[in-house]
Design a protein around this ligand. Structure first.
Ligand SMILES: NC(=O)c1ccc[n+]([C@@H]2O[C@H](COP(=O)([O-])OP(=O)(O)OC[C@H]3O[C@@H](n4cnc5c(N)ncnc54)[C@H](OP(=O)(O)O)[C@@H]3O)[C@@H](O)[C@H]2O)c1
Length: 388
């Protein structure tokens, strides 16, 4: 067993800060739109086959890739809220990850039962109290704590961990608006080198991950408030019974809810720094989100112009795919990225409709959590994430 001091040394030794990205990253409009257009144009070139190819330097925040892989030791993980949907999705990913060693799983309901679907070692669920979590941490048994708890529940655990040097990742909304809490873990839009150096990371919400990725590239061309119409499968509502995960109520049905002021409306608006309307709905399928986004433009554009902006912005991203047609939720289920497409421009040329799909339990939660863990624990950002 490692002492707290040796654990801190071990983590410090493992975490060699990655090189800072050459450009500060912000999804905010750039000061000079014409400059980004020029850079994009320079970076695009016709290949010998006549196809346009995209150079990675159109992406202001490219993946760090293997440059971030400085840690050769496995990391020990404690998962609080392991019984839930996001916890289970993370267990599945950790099971296949070469460097993540899940050691402790907490659940009140499954206390004493064996964790299923984890093959690396036998683990028994425990109903861990905040004090027990703090004790395990002091003993140096854990390098990273993941809180997969409902909103408003993680504070006693976070407080008990205090100034611990362990990495803490919060999947709930509790720290998403707290600028003092390390990083907001949306690696495609937040400077990756900052996430890599954080010991406290707040994971974005599922709807808001898809919405921000689908809006960020056109912020400088916004001509009014965008509106995101979102439909989620019922796993988005967690395992606690509610009308939003009542399969009988949802059969042959679509349920609108929180049509103004939803926490993800606040989150999207806050992190993009652009007021955004978000109107969520719940549907009868289990996992996967569809977003249809209406975007007023401040100048006339063609569908091709808009698509090009997205392709340039996300060049080199392994978890964001820009497609021509509107993506389908059926095709994103159980997959790990986001698909963005449609780019339907109306007759005036000043309104575009963009569609995006995301699996709420993967890139909307567990996959994004693992991306952040990889960055902050010193592994390749995509290690253990199935890429297709
Ligand atoms: N579902 C999604 O699509 C999604 C996507 C992104 C982010 N999130 C966020 O991720 C978090 C987890 O979501 P989820 O869907 O996995 O929820 P969930 O399925 O309802 O699971 C919640 C987990 O927390 C535990 N728990 C509940 N109340 C607790 C308490 N008072 N003290 C200790 N443990 C408690 C539960 O286990 P026991 O009851 O057995 O203790 C369970 O393991 C939420 O904050 C959610 O907003 C969810």
């Amino acid at each position: 067993m490692l002492s707290a001091t040796s654990r801190a040394l071990r983590i410090a030794a493992c975490r060699v800060p990655p090189p800072a990205a050459s450009t500060a990253v912000s999804p905010m409009p750039e000061a000079s739109p014409s400059r980004s257009t020029q850079i994009a144009a320079r970076a695009r070139s016709l290949s010998s086959t006549g196809r346009v190819s995209y150079a990675i330097n159109t992406n202001p925040n490219p993946p760090l890739g293997k440059k971030n892989a400085s840690n050769e030791m496995p990391s020990r993980i404690g998962l609080i809220g392991a019984r839930g949907y996001t916890g289970q999705a993370l267990v599945e990913l950790l099971d296949k990850h070469p460097n993540m060693d899940l050691c402790h799983v907490s659940s009140r309901e499954l206390d004493g039962q064996e964790l299923k679907d984890y093959t690396k070692r036998k683990i028994i669920y425990k109903n861990l109290s905040p004090e027990e979590v703090a004790q395990l941490d002091k003993e140096g048994q854990v390098d990273c704590w993941v809180m997969a708890l409902p909103n408003g529940v993680c504070q006693p655990f976070v407080r008990a961990l205090g100034q611990s040097s362990s990495l803490i990742i919060d999947l709930s909304a509790d720290h998403r608006f707290d600028g003092t809490w390390g990083s907001y873990g949306l690696p495609e839009l937040v400077q990756r080198s900052k996430i890599a150096q954080s010991t406290r990371i707040s994971c974005p919400g599922c709807y808001s991950t898809g919405s921000q990725l689908a809006l960020a590239p056109v912020l400088e061309h916004l001509g009014g408030m965008p509106t995101v119409f979102g439909v989620s499968g019922y796993s988005g509502a967690g395992t606690k019974p509610s009308p939003k995960n009542d399969v009988h109520l949802l059969r042959d049905n679509l349920m609108p809810y929180s049509l103004t002021g939803h926490i993800h409306e606040q989150e999207i608006s806050h992190h993009l720094d652009v007021p955004t309307a978000f109107i969520p709905h719940c549907a009868s399928w289990f996992r996967g989100i569809h977003l249809t986004i209406n975007i007023p433009l401040n100048k006339t554009m063609t569908s091709r112009d808009v698509r090009q902006i997205y392709q340039d912005r996300y060049a080199g991203e392994k978890l964001v795919k820009v497609v021509g047609e509107a993506p389908l939720v059926k095709s994103i289920q159980n997959r790990h990225g986001v698909e963005i497409g449609a780019f339907a421009v109306d007759d005036t040329g000043k309104r575009v409709v963009v569609c995006a799909t995301i699996d709420n339990l993967n890139k909307g939660a567990a996959t994004q959590c693992l991306q952040n863990m990889n960055l902050a624990l010193g592994y390749d950002e995509y290690q253990g994430i199935p890429i297709d």
